[in-house]
Write a protein that binds this ligand. Structure first.
Ligand SMILES: Nc1ncnc2c1ncn2[C@@H]1O[C@H](COP(=O)(O)OP(=O)(O)OP(=O)(O)O)[C@@H](O)[C@H]1O
Ligand SMILES: [Zn+2]
Length: 671
């Protein structure tokens, strides 16, 4: 019993349970130690014999289990000064003895007692108590049943999230909680139900093929991938996509959330993983979907401060073991979802585990229209309803938000007793959802959006017009993670960088703020914080590391040996320090001015681009070509781009180094 208690160390907050157990045990010990009956003055064994001889003792109770004697004195004795303070409180029952003592050896005691003069003992009554073994055991069992019952009760409430569900669950703690959709209850979701997400769908299409006809791929000895990681913000359809894969491939779908593994007791997470994989293998080919994998997959060795870490690690290790343990012919594919790929343990990403990464982003305008289409399919809507208009009203909304809007609109229309849902109902629903989103800080106001569009267009325009800047691939103002907009460049393959390349890149980097100035005047925004940070680092490197400042000279203060602690003793004089500061600033100022001039001279095109961005939310190289014409400095560089584009057209945004702006970051609301 005690062992069980130890093993089941709770890994979650169980204050309630602890309190209950503590109270229970306290009560128990109280009863066990004799409770109320145990009181009475503690005396010596020889005192007792003396009192008996004196005739003070009326009766005594010998507890054979406890080797303890409770002594009750005669009324006369209690009159004596000697025993005055032992007088009973008249309100108490006579059950409380006047004295008590421990017997060292029962035989010796009775021997001694028998040898006392008969006159002394004849008046004394003796009671022997011995607990009935059967009752004793029954009592013990009852206590444990009560204790365990209490424990189960709390666990059960915890597991079923408040009481609903069958009690049988209690006895299945170690079993996986995966919801099983097997052949009988086939997953009905198909790719048709997933709107947008074209790139992601294309990538998972391959998984569908693997599951459908594995022989086709293993024929030549190749190994089928074991896992795919879906990365993207909440509500963007990651679960939906995984389900659709199961639906398309007509295989069982086991789904479980990462937090389900770790909510409980030590050892349970790992056994759940084992159980889950066992089930999935039995039904293979099949798909295991683990939502919120970051709950178990967080990098190990971090957050050691918080308890329950061991449990998470055990679970993670078990997961890795299971994935490694797959044979090539075990056609189980593990799909997992997260919105924090950056915190995942790198062991998860290693080859043979989640080696496929699929990005699922917030939908852009066309995708939102598609999502509206999917979610209004089964609703009664007015024929005149313009879905494109709705898509335009919902920048930054996820698929789940849109599904929510459609449902809300239907409820609003029904409340008003309408026959069909109209535009106003949708707009009311949008307003209602926005209330919730605003608190989450995800929503961008039209005015802010305009500024973001010009900021990104500024980057795009300047990098387009500058000979040595990296060629642009894609610009978006769809908020993603912490950034509100982003420009992607295809990084040029190069081993050394020239000064003019650095300067052009810095000019393009400052193009965001420059565009804001050109359009909105000198009322700057916080949107360029990340750009400025990077520009400063670059400029400082140019002056202090690459020796690119004429005033400071061809000097590098960089210490690659790591021997010198320049943080404490600078390798240059105060005078040079001042020069360095000035030079860092000069370079940035010059490039900023250059950017402002460049964009002012091309204000019309900048505006066209920004408008297009506002309309489309995402624009590509071709859109820029339409506005600016063919890029002047193509030849060599463009061939590289074109080639790369041809090779990997769809993956451009995930493969290309992302040059993201944290345009949002601190108080973007001030814009
Ligand atoms: N691309 C989409 N097409 C159609 N419906 C979508 C799409 N994206 C999301 N939805 C709707 O939103 C709901 C929630 O999406 P889902 O649970 O798949 O998101 P998720 O990315 O797994 O979110 P989370 O990260 O919060 O688990 C879906 O059931 C669906 O109704
Ligand atoms: Zn920027």
């Amino acid at each position: 019993m005690t062992q069980k208690k130890k093993n089941n160390k709770p890994s979650f907050n169980l204050n309630w349970l602890y309190t209950a157990i503590a109270l229970f045990l306290a009560g128990w010990f109280f009863i066990m130690s004799g409770g109320m009956n145990g009181s009475g003055k503690e005396i010596q064994e020889r005192d007792f014999f003396k009192y008996v001889e004196e005739g003070y003792v009326q009766n005594f109770v010998f507890d054979k289990d406890a080797d303890r004697v409770s002594v009750f004195l005669t009324d006369e004795a209690l009159q004596k000064d000697e025993f005055k303070n032992l007088k009973q409180n008249p309100n108490l029952t006579g059950a409380t003895p006047n004295m008590t003592f421990k017997v060292a050896n029962q035989t010796v005691f009775f021997d001694k007692y028998d040898r006392l003069p008969k006159e002394a003992t004849s008046e004394v009554t003796m009671e022997l108590t011995e607990n009935n073994v059967f009752v004793e055991i029954l009592f013990q069992i009852l206590i444990w049943v009560a204790l365990l019952g209490l424990l189960w009760y709390f666990i059960f409430r915890r597991m079923s999230g408040g009481g609903a569900g069958g009690g049988g669950q209690i006895f299945n703690i170690g079993k996986s909680k995966a919801k099983l959709y097997d052949e009988n209850s086939q997953v009905k979701v198909s790719f048709k139900d997933v709107a947008g997400l074209e790139g992601a769908k294309e990538e998972v299409e391959e998984i569908v093929q693997f599951l459908k006809s594995p022989e086709k791929y293993t024929r030549l000895g190749g190994k089928i991938p074991k896992g795919a990681l879906l990365i993207g913000p909440p509500g963007t359809g990651k679960t939906l996509l995984a389900k659709a894969v199961a639906g398309e491939a007509q295989v069982p779908f086991f789904s479980l959330s990462g937090s389900d593994f770790v909510e409980m007791f030590v050892g349970v997470g790992a056994s759940r993983v084992r159980d889950l994989f066992k089930n999935a293998k039995e039904k293979s080919p099949s798909i295991i979907f683990i939502d919120e994998i970051d709950a178990i997959g967080r990098a190990r060795g971090k957050n050691n401060m918080t308890g329950g870490n061991d449990e998470r690690e055990n679970t993670l290790n078990q997961l890795l073991t299971e994935m490694d343990g797959f044979d090539t012919d075990t056609n189980v594919i593990v799909m997992a979802a997260t919105n924090r790929a950056d915190i995942l343990d790198s062991a998860l990403m290693r080859a043979g585990r989640f080696d496929r990464r699929i990005y699922v982003d917030l939908p852009e305008i066309h995708e939102r229209k598609e999502i509206f289409k999917v979610h209004t399919k089964n609703l009664k809507i007015k024929e005149t309803l313009d879905l494109e208009f709705l898509a335009r009203q919902t920048p930054g909304f996820s698929g789940a938000d849109i599904a929510n809007i459609c449902n809300e609109a239907a409820l609003i229309a029904a409340r008003k007793g309408k026959d069909a849902i109209d535009r106003q109902d949708f707009l009311d629903a949008v307003d209602r959802i926005i209330g919730g989103l605003e608190k989450k800080g995800k929503l961008i106001k039209p005015k802010e959006k305009r500024r973001i569009a010009f900021h990104e267009a500024g980057h795009a325009t300047s990098s387009w017009l500058l000979e040595h800047a990296s060629p642009l691939v894609k610009v978006t103002i769809v908020p993603r993670g912490r950034s509100l907009g982003a420009a992607w460049y295809l990084p040029e393959e190069r081993q050394i960088t020239t000064e003019s390349q650095m300067l052009d890149e810095m000019c393009a980097l400052l193009g965001g703020r420059a565009a804001e100035e050109v359009m909105f005047g000198k009322d700057y925004s916080t949107g360029a914080q990340n750009d400025l940070e990077r520009a400063f680092k670059q400029s400082r490197a140019m002056v202090t590391i690459y020796g690119l400042s004429p005033r400071v000279g061809h000097i590098s203060y960089y210490d690659s040996s790591g021997q010198n602690d320049y943080a404490f003793s600078k390798p240059y004089s105060e005078k040079t320090a001042e020069k360095i500061d000035e030079e860092i600033r000069r370079i940035i100022d010059e490039q900023y001015t250059r950017s402002v001039e460049l964009l002012s001279a091309n204000k019309d095109k900048l505006t066209l681009l920004a408008e297009k961005l506002l309309e489309e939310e995402v624009i590509f190289r071709e859109d820029l070509e339409k506005i600016f014409g063919k890029r002047e400095f193509d030849d060599e560089m463009n061939t590289i781009t074109k080639q790369a584009e041809l090779e990997d057209q769809k993956k451009v945004d995930s493969a290309a180094e992302t040059e993201e702006e944290n345009i949002e970051s601190i108080p973007s609301k001030e814009v």
